[in-house]
Ligand binder design. Structure first.
Ligand code: NAD
Ligand code: TDX
Length: 332
């Protein structure tokens, strides 16, 4: 029965990972999370206490990280500042958490000889033209665009260097855009769902032609666990589920599923430096580890997600006004 230290386990993907391990493994877990604006203790409140211990703290806190890493078998590192728009307003927390925090964890796993799995994003590769026949592969050169993606790229580079220079036992994964329950309402899909549920018009940046490669969060997490169990040490695996769609298509689908006219939204100011398209080739993961996504039908996954937000107003409603005020101040 492994003991797993999960950083950022009160956030969107990390909390779904905790649930995944509760349902599919007998692992015991310690969650380390600073409970920033993006972390929510409520997200983990109904989970069995005998499987998971929660520690409120910062991944940049070296003595705390050292103590927790020394007592674990494997560290799964989700904690990050994760929102591109915020990184354009104030990049500092991104440098601090994504770079210094990852460095702090790396030094601790090095000291104690522990295994690390580092969670990252496809945004480290920059973007693709709409008609480019290529998709991202593991060997592609990094070319990040935003403060968020550049700090994630820096964190990946640190992990790769610690593997090569110090023999740290680590794997990395870079995943495409996730959707599903417990995602912060600042992000595209939950923002639009909760706008409609609040009687507000959804907001599309620019013309909505930007393409994202959507994957259900449970598929991301099953891939992460497959890499932890069977991945080759030092390797990077791209995680994606062939879910390319432009933002306009996704928004129209949300409106249709919510039984609203599909053109009932506003075009707002575009994101500066907005990446045009992401697309993942996940052949390595599929061939080497036999992983396959289970949410083949995007509409069905989206409907489940809509239902979740409809049924869990208590989870998001208190923060809705402040999130929209923040966007309104920047014309979005
Ligand atoms: P999130 O913003 O929902 O959650 C991040 C969590 O990290 C929060 O609970 C927050 O409190 C915690 N945290 C932030 N700073 C911390 C610190 N200094 N110390 C301890 N905890 C801290 O993010 P998410 O969407 O769940 O993303 C998780 C990871 O997955 C990130 O590394 C992100 O880069 C990566 N990722 C996300 C996506 C996506 O679509 N959301 C896609 C690919 C990769
Ligand atoms: O209101 C909106 N309207 C809109 O058109 C918002 C919030 C976003 N958008 C667009 C911008 C993007 O093209 O939707 C797309 C998705 O936006 P986000 O949800 O902010 O995600 P993105 O910037 O693509 O990054 C996400 O995927 C990769 C995560 O936030 C990252 O953490 C992850 O690394």
């Amino acid at each position: 029965m492994p003991n797993v230290l999960i950083t950022g386990g009160a956030g969107f993907i990390g909390s779904n990972f905790v649930r995944h391990l509760i349902h599919h493994t007998d692992a015991s877990m310690v969650v380390l999370d600073a409970l920033t604006y993006a972390g929510n203790r409520k997200t983990l409140s109904e989970l069995p206490g005998n499987r998971m211990e929660f520690v409120e703290g910062d991944i940049c806190d070296e003595p705390l990280v050292d103590r927790l890493v020394s007592a674990t078998d494997v560290v799964v590192h989700f904690a990050a500042e994760s929102h591109n728009d915020n990184s354009l307003k104030n990049p500092w927390p991104f440098v601090q958490t994504n770079v210094i925090g990852t460095y702090t964890l790396l030094e601790a796993v090095r000291r104690h000889g522990k295994r690390l799995h580092h969670i990252s994003t496809d945004e480290v590769y920059g973007d693709l033209e709409l008609d480019d026949p290529e998709r991202f592969v593991e060997e592609r050169a990094y070319n990040p665009s935003s403060p968020y993606s550049s700090t994630k790229a820096a964190s990946d580079m640190l992990v790769r260097a610690w593997v090569r220079s110090f023999g740290v036992q680590a794997t990395l994964s870079n995943c495409s855009n996730n959707y599903g329950p417990y995602q912060h309402i600042e992000k595209f899909i939950p923002r639009q769902i909760t706008n409609v549920l609040s009687g507000l018009r959804p907001k599309l940046y620019g013309t909505g032609e930007n393409v994202r490669d959507w994957i259900h969060v449970d598929d991301h997490n099953s891939a992460v666990w497959a890499i932890i169990e069977r991945g080759r040490m030092g390797e990077t695996y791209l995680i994606g589920a062939d879910g390319e769609r432009n933002n306009k298509q996704v928004l129209e689908e949300i409106l249709t599923l919510l039984e609203r006219p599909s053109d009932e939204y506003e075009l707002v100011l575009d994101r500066p430096g907005h990446d045009l398209r992401y697309a993942i080739d996940s052949s390595k993961l599929r061939k080497e580890l036999g992983w396959e996504p289970t949410f083949a039908d995007f509409s069905a996954g989206l409907q489940d997600t809509i239902n979740w937000y409809r049924d869990h107003r208590d989870w998001w409603e208190a923060g809705k006004q402040a999130t929209e005020a923040k966007y309104a101040a920047q014309g979005q």
